[in-house]
Ligand binder design. Structure first.
Ligand code: HDE
Length: 737
């Protein structure tokens, strides 16, 4: 079996034992042939053989038919006036096939076009019962969900590891109606008023003249807007931090951003902010990995999510709320709760867990599910309501409106993925793509002809009621409250809460992005803004750009850091992490098997990296020295000597001419160099230690050995819960204080 670059393969996979797949042939026996449409054996990331279940196949019967069901004899030749003549207009099958194909694409989302989705369940803890009557929060109540993760700026086919915000949209199919929590992986937004949304998106999208750059914020129009529009500075610093390049969708937090209102059974209300906390922790790649991954594996996040679910490593998040009193001014500790550019630090108001979501099933058809899913913040259920956040108010218009173009008419709620699981009894009728066959003659009310049906819901039967929140006495005007005026203090709060390594990464990101801007005045304006966030940050970026530091836009505020905003300093479960085992021709099969068992037993995915594909010492090779890359691994274990092979040079341009230990295959030398630079854990046993010694890694930070394969594996696992060997990152000390 050749290496399949579309999925990681693991020991125990059928490999060469897989029987050859029969070539399709025309049926020779009596017709019809058996309707067995199970696909060829495929292999999951954990090595499980998986046939393609019948229901996953596109076609349900034995014979090809037209769209109206007539059986077809020939779908390979068009109907022509003789075998060398022109094609006839009469050819219905040809026209139907080509015409349907011509209309296969729908407009991509204007933002969040690139995404991946998964099905799952949400289970309430019962802890929210005192603050919301919504049934899905009740103890042990299970609700089906569909989640779509996305980048914001790129087109449908763009790369996953763009520096960008990630969408985190969840559809809860509750029996009281569908609730959509359409959030992001960052808790704040660029703008405070929805009317600015076209401005920020026009600025972030590719330049309108040349339509470049794709899926990037590193260009003049983006920085022009955010430097002029200073309320964007808080969200922008989140994007410039490691949060802008997540390691996996499974390792991102999610935020509802806006403040929502929850209504309890007794009618009392509280204000809340929603948080999704991933069980695996919040982790990121580093910029060099992101750049390499976008070239080598642009589907990295999409693949990671699907592979993990297929392997049974079901991603989980806890849903939590920060709860605030529903006061008249809707302020907390000087923070306007209606301002979507502000957070409330978790140290001031802890996040209270109210339920758990598990994603356990991949979509079976990307278009039907992930592409056609339509989220809508208007989808609310009894017990959950909106507030006057001026960004949220505008979203209540936009999402319904956008689907009419994207999904071709007003009936997009009838698409299978969008259909509520609650009973629907509306009086909406007709329109493009109407698939319901409504009965009755009186889709209006009041009526007497359909017996008065449907009736309005009385109070005791759980209607959705727009909470009768008081409207502040005011005048009609285009304005925001003065409490929205502070644009810098929370950007500073975020920056001051980061560790030194995270600050260095953030400074490097600003330097990279502004280095891609051509307009000098944009760079200088942004440096002034950085000065208002932190003088040392402004200095570091100015040094990188070779510019003097201008006067700050305003004096930096006094802030109390919020340690919860840093990604470092905690440890996390290792489910689904990838460990590369580098083996040479002399590898001891027993020791290798023991190392693999140790790693797999802890819920990680071991990947054997050998000089070539095929079986090696009783294991299947999943990567070769040529195809293995640090971006594909979370840690590495060198299991034997890896002397240079005769074919070491081809394809190794990066290594050509570079110095390295002559005793080690140069491709492995290159791999180890990347793994070291990316600060990933390294281990070795037996002759593998010599490989590390030759490269000068053996005594390095975050490098361990073991007297056996099992011990080396076990020692390696102790280095991984912190995600990376953070001490290995070079820091300058200039951003430490
Ligand atoms: Fe969106 N946003 N948005 N947005 N948004 C869309 O709706 C919009 C905002 C978010 O996976 C669109 O169906 C406006 C904040 C996600 O299908 C569109 C404003 C947050 C997704 C739209 C915002 C989001 C979207 C495009 C300013 C985080 C992807 C396609 C008022 C809380 C959902 C679509 C998916 C998608 C409008 C701001 C999250 C055009 C006008 C704030 C996760 O309707």
């Amino acid at each position: 079996m050749t290496e399949d670059s579309t999925r990681p393969q693991t020991p125990g996979s059928p490999g060469s034992a897989t029987p050859p797949v029969e070539e399709p042939t025309a049926p020779t026996g009596p017709l019809p042939p058996p309707a067995d449409q199970s696909g060829p054996a495929t292999v999951s990331p954990t090595g499980q053989a998986t046939g393609t279940p019948q229901e996953k196949m596109a076609q349900a019967g034995s014979f090809l038919t037209t769209a109206h069901g007539a059986r077809l004899k020939d779908s390979d030749h068009s109907l022509r006036a003789g075998e060398r003549g022109p094609t006839l207009l009469q050819d219905h099958h040809f026209r139907e096939k080509i015409s349907h194909f011509d209309h296969e694409r729908i407009p991509e989302r204007v933002v969040h076009a690139r995404g991946a989705g998964a099905h799952g369940v949400f289970r309430g803890y019962g802890t929210a019962a005192r603050i919301s009557q919504a049934g899905l929060f009740a103890k042990d109540q299970e609700t089906e969900v569909f989640v779509r993760f996305s980048t914001v700026l790129g087109s449908r086919g763009s790369a996953d590891l763009a520096r960008d915000t990630r969408g985190f949209a969840t559809k809860f199919y509750t029996d009281e109606g569908t609730w959509d929590l359409v959030g992001n992986n960052m808790p704040v937004f660029f703008i405070q008023d929805a009317i600015k949304f076209p401005d920020i998106i026009h600025a972030g999208k590719p330049h309108p003249d040349r339509e470049i750059p794709q899926a990037q914020s590193a260009h003049d129009t983006f920085w022009d807007f955010v430097s002029l529009h200073t309320e964007a500075q808080h969200h922008t610093i989140w994007n410039m931090s490691d949060r802008g390049i997540p390691r996996s969708f499974r390792m991102m937090e999610g935020f509802g951003i806006h403040t929502f209102r929850l209504i309890a059974a007794d009618g009392s209300t509280v204000l809340v902010k929603f948080h999704w906390k991933p069980r695996l922790g919040v982790h990121s790649v580093i910029w060099e990995e992101a750049l390499a991954t976008n070239g080598a594996d642009p589907d990295f996040h999409r693949r990671d999510l699907a592979d993990a679910i297929e392997a049974g490593a079901h991603p989980e998040w806890e849903l939590g709320v920060q709860v605030f009193e529903d006061t008249e001014d809707q302020m907390f500790a000087g923070i306007d709760l209606l301002d979507p550019t502000k957070i409330v630090p978790e140290e001031l108001v802890p996040v209270e867990p109210i339920g758990r979501m598990t994603l356990n099933r991949n979509p079976s058809n990307f278009f039907a599910e992930t592409e056609q899913v339509a989220f809508n913040p208007n989808n609310l259920i009894p017990g959950i309501d909106v507030t006057n956040d001026p960004l949220l108010q505008g979203r209540l218009f936009s999402y319904l409106d956008t689907q009419i173009t994207r999904l071709g008419g007003p009936n997009w709620n009838q698409l299978p993925i969008n259909r509520p699981h609650a009973e629907v009894n509306d009086m909406l009728r007709d329109g493009m793509h109407q698939t319901a066959v409504h009965s009755g003659v009186a889709p209006y009310r009041p009526n007497s002809l359909d017996g008065g049906n449907p009736f309005e819901t009385p109070d005791g039967s759980r209607p959705f009621i727009d909470h009768p929140a008081p409207v502040p006495a005011s005048v009609k005007e285009r304005a925001l409250a003065a409490t929205f005026d502070d644009h810098f203090s929370q950007a500073r709060l975020f920056y001051r809460s980061l560790t030194e390594v995270e600050r260095e990464h953030t400074a490097q990101a600003y330097t990279f992005e502004l280095g891609k801007c051509f307009e000098q005045n944009i760079r200088e304006r942004q440096l002034r803004n950085l000065g208002a966030i932190d003088p040392a940050l402004a200095q570091a970026v100015a040094d990188g750009l070779g510019l003097p530091v201008p006067e700050p836009a305003e004096a930096p505020a006094d802030v109390e850091p919020s340690p919860a905003l840093s990604q470092l300093g905690r440890t996390w479960p290792l489910d689904g992490r990838l460990v590369g085992l580098v083996v040479g021709p002399d590898v001891d099969g027993e020791q290798l098997a023991a190392a693999i068992a140790e790693i797999a037993g802890a819920g990680l995915v071991p990947l054997v990296i050998a000089p070539s594909g095929g079986p090696v010492a009783g294991q299947q090779s999943q990567r070769t020295y040529l195809t293995a890359a640090s971006i594909d691994l979370d840690a590495i274990l060198v299991a034997s000597a890896v002397p240079p092979a005769p074919d070491a040079a081809p394809g190794l341009d990066a290594k050509a001419g570079a110095p390295g230990p002559e005793t080690v295959d140069p491709r492995v030398t290159k791999l180890l160099g990347e793994v070291w630079r990316h600060s990933k854990a390294i281990a070795a046993f037996g002759a593998g230690e010599e490989v590390l010694r030759a490269g000068g890694y053996l005594d390095g930070t975050g490098v361990v050995t073991g007297s056996s394969g099992q011990e080396a594996g076990r020692n390696l696992l102790t280095l991984m819960p912190g995600h990376r060997v953070w001490e290995r990152f070079p820091t300058t000390g200039r951003l430490a204080a």
